[in-house]
Design a binder for this molecule. Structure first.
Ligand code: SIN
Length: 537
């Protein structure tokens, strides 16, 4: 399989980029499940941008920087916020139907979320991600230069000469045991985040950090992995899996209350329920620990049923399925892993430290989010960077055209044989996710991180042995990736000896100005595959 552009992942970042580079050459998009099985598809809140005459770029920049806890790259924040409004209008051109003001159909109906000083979130009620994905998929299906391969899993990057050489595509698992090289002049990792590293997450099952793990193994620079965002409000119900209660509910007046029925956010932050996510998630964690209760509640019962069922049709309907009428009952909620603020370090065009390898969306670390992403800034980052990366590909088109793809080794299965002990894989999945939840979650400590490190290294060694001994399966690829990502998070968290943004250490509860820089790491040459060293960039 050969193409000009290989795109791994089919969320907003991957499809937006694919549509743009289809102008310059052939594009192959591979996606692990079906095209719409993405985190984008589950996004409820929307996309933040300066779209209202009363809003300004300066205000959005300021809110992003405050949320980012001193670690945002100010140049990047300025670029993303300045270009954001036009990118939202581009989505409208692709066919996305954002909700408009009732009496003014040319104006966006804008929602509000935590950390935003203004209403600036364009939405399609609480189905924003699904609407964006629908429009992009439709457009991709009608674009002749793009081939989409569903149920294809990228296993590792194809490199011309080992670690830190040029990337020329990826080895792709087409079906159990069959791994094929997909060669490309430019490869873009758009695989989303890694919520599945944790026991409880708002993310879909595909979120196993594949892009970050592959890039790390190839020797790319990886930044800020200690900053994992926990969304404060996921539905707490034994039958609900990964169901988010959008922050937009708090934006419309939802109030967090404890089991005693009393609001508690005023004890933690002057912005109360609309404080940034790091603060709100930690406050909930603390309330749950103090009271010994399994959850808190989000109360929006002061709004009418008519309003709630129209503004939040998915949340209203899904909660009702579980016996919670949100117009009458407070919603039981808990925090859950939601978004990876760190990732593969890229420049302002999505270019990683490896030639021929771009990273976009949640897989990348652009410097926009710093130590804590501002709500609804992620879809924005994805569309801004997809355009910038594609424009750059257009600029270097002559070089890409002239580049001759080298011959590459076919996949060597070694002594591999079909795996019989699937139970071993499931057990390792569970152990990693529990360890990360218990020891590397919202509140961390040196001791807990050390324990996590010991446990995960042990599991990772077992996984590598399985990986070599058996035919590759999609489950094994994902398990191996979450083990790598878990180790990156632990390594980065152990180095940050302070509390900042999403990273809270019991042993160092204060911010330390001397550590107000993002940390960058990369794989060490020689040694174990997951051994990492810190680098200065
Ligand atoms: C939400 O709707 O609360 C999620 C939006 C986001 O993660 O930015």
């Amino acid at each position: 399989m050969e193409s000009d552009f290989l795109v791994i992942g089919s969320g907003i970042a991957g499809l937006s980029y694919a549509l743009r580079v289809a102008e310059f050459g052939t594009v192959v998009v591979i996606t692990k499940k079906e095209e719409v099985d993405t985190a984008t598809n589950l996004a409820q809140g929307g996309i933040a941008a300066v779209l209202d005459k009363d809003d300004t770029v300066d205000d959005h920049v300021k809110d992003t920087l405050i949320s980012g806890a001193g670690l945002c790259d100010e140049n990047v924040v300025d670029i993303v916020v300045s270009e954001g409004g036009q990118r939202v209008r581009d989505l409208v051109d692709v066919g996305v139907r954002f909700v408009r003001k009732q009496n003014s159909p040319n104006e966006f109906d804008l929602g509000r979320e935590g950390g935003h000083s203004k209403r600036r979130v364009a939405h399609a009620y609480d189905l924003t991600g699904r609407e964006i994905e629908r429009a992009l998929v439709e457009k991709v299906q009608n674009t002749p230069n793009i081939t989409v391969k569903e149920n294809h899993v990228a296993v590792d990057l194809l490199m011309t000469n080992g670690m830190r050489s040029r990337c020329v595509g990826a080895y792709v698992l087409e079906r159990e045991g069959v791994v094929v090289p997909y060669k490309a002049k430019m490869t873009a990792l758009c695989t989303g985040g890694c919520g599945k590293v944790y026991l409880y997450t708002s993310n879909p099952d595909i979120a196993t950090g594949d892009g970050v793990a592959m890039a790390m193994r190839a020797g790319a620079n990886i930044q800020s992995m200690e900053f994992v965002q926990f969304h404060p409000t996921c539905l707490y119900h034994p039958k609900a899996k990964n169901f988010l209660i959008s922050e937009a509910v708090r934006g419309e007046g939802g109030i967090l209350i404890g089991v005693d029925g009393k609001p508690f956010m005023e004890k933690y932050d002057d912005r109360k329920d609309l404080a940034t996510r790091d603060t709100v998630a930690r406050a909930i964690d603390s309330e749950m620990k103090q009271t010994g209760c399994d959850n808190v509640f989000l109360d929006i019962t002061h709004k009418s049923r008519e309003f709630l069922s129209k503004r939040f049709p998915t949340i209203y309907g899904r909660c009702l399925e579980y016996g919670v009428d949100i117009s009458r009952d407070p919603i039981p909620v808990v925090p859950a892993a939601h978004y990876l603020c760190g990732g593969v370090l890229v420049d302002t065009y999505g270019q990683s430290s490896i030639e021929g390898l771009l990273c976009l969306g949640e897989t990348s670390c652009t410097g926009l989010h710093g130590g804590n992403r501002l709500a609804s800034n992620s879809l924005l980052e994805a569309v801004v960077y997809a355009k910038r990366a594609a424009d750059k590909c257009g600029e270097i088109k002559a070089d890409l055209d002239a580049f001759k793809l080298p011959s590459v080794d076919s996949w060597r299965p070694g002594e591999a044989e079909p795996i019989e002990e699937k139970i071993l894989i499931n057990h390792n999945w569970d152990q990693i996710r529990r360890t990360m939840w218990n020891y590397v979650g919202i509140v961390r400590s040196e001791k807990r991180l050390e324990l996590a490190q010991e446990k995960i290294v042990h599991i990772a060694e077992e996984i590598e042995a399985h990986y070599k001994a058996y035919f590759v399966t999609d489950n094994m690829v994902e398990l191996r990736n979450i083990a790598f990502v878990a180790q990156m998070i632990i390594a980065a968290a152990s180095k940050r000896k302070e509390s900042r943004g999403l990273h809270y250490m019991r042993d160092y509860p204060e911010r330390d100005q001397a550590q107000a820089v993002p940390r960058t790491m990369r794989r060490v040459k020689g040694g174990k595959k997951w051994d990492m060293e810190e680098v200065t960039v």
